[in-house]
Design a binder for this molecule. Sequence first.
Ligand SMILES: [Zn+2]
Ligand SMILES: [Zn+2]
Length: 164
Amino acid sequence: MSPPPPAFGSESAALPLPLHLGGDLRLTRQRREVYDILMEQRDHPTATELFIKVKERVPTISLATVYNCLETLTGAGLVKQVNVDRSPSRYCPNLDDHGHFHCTGCGSITDINFKDGTQESHLQLPRGTVVSHIDVAIKGLCPACASQAKKRKPETKKSRSSLN
Ligand SMILES: [Zn+2]
Ligand SMILES: [Zn+2]
């Protein structure tokens, strides 16, 4: 009797993942493309945004397949799902301990690294607590949006003084 087929990589064009990324998860062409685009751009796209980009390389891919690939990659721990408010999930291939900055001006999401060590060292947790996951989300304006907002402010002052 033959062994049951593996959960992943039943497609013929399966590519092995670099060893440092762990495990023997085999990446199909589609999963590889989805992962590559995430790694190249690092702008935390939604599944739909990814789909548009992957389609340029794999014209036959469907949105459902992209969702499938993301599910596999997330399940394998290669990609993290990032949720901001109720907007669609974004995807991040950065496996280092990091948080996310969400710009309320332009909607961009950027990785935030922690100055020293892990985030846990900054928290007052009860002794003996075992942390399995920390999700740090910071909201505000990115440097570009913040400087634009600054430029706009003086105008409101002027219009007030002109009332006299
Ligand atoms: Zn911004
Ligand atoms: Zn990230």
